[in-house]
Design a protein around this ligand. Structure first.
Ligand SMILES: [Zn+2]
Length: 61
């Protein structure tokens, strides 16, 4: 099960304990999935405040 960062919602590569945003607050309990390819063109990225392309969870508990 992959884990997601509670701070930026980014889905982390398995085996990593610290997110690229610097947070180590990660959770395996998340739902929803969105892949942001082009941040500038993505309405979802704007809503979630995402500034980097990648895979994100919509909800992280
Ligand atoms: Zn993060």
């Amino acid at each position: 099960m992959e884990k997601a960062c509670r701070d930026c919602h980014r889905i982390m590569e398995s085996g990593k304990a610290v997110c690229v945003c610097g947070s180590n607050s990660v959770s395996g309990d998340w739902s929803g999935y969105v892949a942001i390819i082009d941040v500038a063109e993505s309405e979802i990225a704007k809503k979630l405040g995402i500034t980097k392309a990648g895979r994100y969870a919509l909800k992280v508990r």
